[in-house]
Design a protein around this ligand. Structure first.
Ligand code: COI
Length: 357
């Protein structure tokens, strides 16, 4: 396990945190991990105080968006120390995203070590209560200054952390989602599988309009055939139809390979459920609703965890799901995953990496 040099802050912001009103991504912890890529290699990397970074107007990433990120969480474990949930999966996905936008890979084991050490350095920033966690946000971007449309020659990888509560104001209460039929998030052959800034920029206008109409987010429909369900943007989407757990497959290459998505599919199979990854049309979902067999809809994501969807809105019509209540399937996944994350139930799959302190 790598050990990184640490320069500790002399000006902690810990006392500025309102722990009873954390929300999502509002507070930033005292330290970050930073490593720089230059002349074909990453430097040794170190942990330094969080602070502003010098930047030139010619920074290539500002112009052409050569940037990717990740999201994962550390939890205060009930028996002491902290648990990080599947950091190896996030480190691997970061490199998958990197390859799609010509960013050089970073050693995955080293990144996991850096994240564990960072969490230990800022252990006081890990919230105390269940439902809260320390969110880790690795971000990697081109850091050269030039205006030609080519890959940067220099890069930075930064991991910052943020104490968070639930992503949606609704918490575990069902959210309402608007089916977006006009705009698209990503298309096959594009960057939909990369966790890159452009996908999120592409979602802003639709998200804003959905908010104005009282919906939390939009459900994206595929950009090529305009009929298959893709994802919600901040989370993957799952349907329970006739007791079968169905989620859009990754094969069309347009949605993010979610770590929580993978965890739910694995657990669903272990629970003995019928689990299917396949293309699913919006029409099939609405038909299932009409026929009374759409039992549950929920989103999965690091930030969102398990987020029940209580209503889908499409073409001027609201489709209420499970009486706007969380269903037993979503509840079971939520209880199992969060139970493991906080160390309340055994981790039999080596998903948890424990940090002692
Ligand atoms: C996550 O679930 O970690 C995400 O990155 C979604 C969103 C906050 C951008």
């Amino acid at each position: 396990m790598s050990e990184f040099k640490v320069s500790e802050t002399v000006n902690s912001k810990l006392k500025t945190v309102d722990w009873n009103n954390l929300r999502f991504g509002v507070y930033f912890s005292d330290h970050v991990f930073i490593t720089k890529y230059k002349d074909g290699k990453w430097d040794e990397g170190n942990i330094v105080p969080y602070g502003s970074m010098p930047m030139e107007p010619g920074l290539c990433t500002l112009h052409y968006g050569q940037t990717i990120f990740e999201g994962l969480k550390a939890f205060r474990a009930v028996n002491g120390g902290a648990n990080i949930f599947r950091p190896d999966k996030n480190a691997h996905r970061l490199n998958n995203s990197a390859a799609m936008v010509c960013i050089p890979p970073y050693d995955e084991d080293k990144l996991v070590s850096a994240m564990k050490q960072l969490v230990k350095v800022d252990k006081q920033w890990i919230p105390q209560h269940k439902g809260q966690s320390l969110y880790l946000r690795p971000v990697m971007f081109g850091s050269s200054n030039f205006l030609g449309v080519t890959a940067s020659s220099e890069y930075m990888l930064i991991v910052m952390t943020s104490p968070v509560a639930s992503y949606y104001a609704e918490g575990l209460n069902p959210i309402k989602i608007l089916v977006e039929t006009e705009r698209v998030r990503a298309v096959t052959g594009g960057l939909g599988m990369a966790k890159t800034a452009g996908n999120y920029a592409a979602s802003l206008l639709a998200g804003q309009k959905a908010h104005q109409k009282g919906y939390s987010q939009v459900l994206w429909i595929d950009g090529v055939n305009r009929k298959y369900v893709d994802e919600v943007g901040a989370m993957n989407i799952m349907f329970v139809i006739n007791d079968e757990l169905i989620t859009p497959s990754l094969d069309r290459g347009a949605i993010l390979a979610g770590v929580t998505r993978d965890s739910v599919l694995t657990l669903g199979r272990e629970f003995g459920m019928k689990v299917t990854e396949r293309d699913i049309t919006l029409l099939e979902v609405l038909d299932a609703h009409k026929n009374g067999v759409l039992q549950e809809v929920f989103g999965t994501g690091t930030a969102a965890v398990i987020s029940p969807v209580g209503m889908l809105h499409h073409s001027g019509k609201d489709y209420e799901i499970n009486g706007m209540k969380i269903g037993p399937v979503a509840q079971k996944f939520y209880d199992t995953i969060t139970g493991m994350q906080y160390g309340e139930i055994p981790d039999t799959r080596a998903w948890i990496q424990h940090i002692d302190f």
